[in-house]
Design a protein around this ligand. Structure first.
Ligand SMILES: C[S@@+](CC[C@H](N)C(=O)[O-])C[C@H]1O[C@@H](n2cnc3c(N)ncnc32)[C@H](O)[C@@H]1O
Length: 209
């Protein structure tokens, strides 16, 4: 974890300049997410990166609390709030463990391109379930790499992460992700692959009331 945070801090400026790799899939996910948002909603985002998605959604909800463990990412996100950015977005450095998050306090939790970068996916889902209100949503975009050809190269991913060239990537299947959500009281509404890569799962799950 410590190595990966160094990676993301160093990479934050480059990341902020990168083009979205699959614009069509990105738009699809934005619109699906927006369709579930209400003006009274309080939204939590973890692994928000440089904050573009939180800023985009801000006008649709009451508040967005967007977080990332890399200070470099949050500095860039905060710079986007200067000169007239939305006032209902708060960016904060932190993780589920370091932030003092209240149980059942968010109508929606966003985890975009992040769950496969955090150790112990099912423990993270448990934390998501704790902070989501009954009837609220988890929306995720996750590389589920376990059954794909990439799994054969896990040793390479691990080696590159060890050298600090890549962040550490954790391997699980889309079935394991769906089971973790269901075991933690969510019903899967959507589990699709809108992008060109079949391994990136777009998940919408609703917490049972
Ligand atoms: C691939 S980027 C995705 C950023 C953004 N969600 C997006 O879709 O563009 C992953 C982000 O997750 C953050 N991250 C990785 N592990 C994390 C953790 N354990 N807790 C919080 N943030 C984390 C990184 O700093 C990075 O900004």
């Amino acid at each position: 974890m410590a190595q990966s945070v160094v990676f993301w801090n160093l990479f934050s400026k480059t990341y902020s300049k990168q083009k979205i790799s699959d614009q069509k899939a990105y738009e699809y996910k934005l619109q699906k997410t927006r369709a579930l948002m209400k003006p009274t909603d309080h939204v939590f985002e973890f692994g928000c990166g440089t904050g573009s998605t939180a800023i985009y959604h801000a006008e649709k909800v009451k508040s967005i609390h967007a977080t990332d463990y890399a200070k470099g990412m949050i500095e860039i996100a905060n710079s986007k709030l200067e000169n007239g950015g939305p006032e209902n977005v708060k960016f904060q450095v932190g993780t589920f463990d370091s932030l003092n998050l209240e149980a059942n306090s968010y109508d929606m939790v966003l985890g975009l391109n992040i769950l496969h970068l955090i150790p112990n996916m099912s423990a993270t889902i448990e934390k998501i379930a704790q902070i989501t209100k009954p009837g609220g949503y988890f929306i995720g975009s996750t590389a589920c790499l376990k059954p794909t050809g990439m799994y054969k190269f896990k040793w390479l991913f691990d080696g590159l992460a060890f050298l600090g060239i890549l962040p550490k990537v954790y391997f699980f299947s889309s079935e394991e992700l769906a089971s973790a959500l269901e075991e933690n009281g969510f019903t899967i509404i959507e589990n699709s692959t809108p992008g060109s890569g079949p391994e990136v799962r777009f998940t919408i799950a609703q917490k049972n009331s």
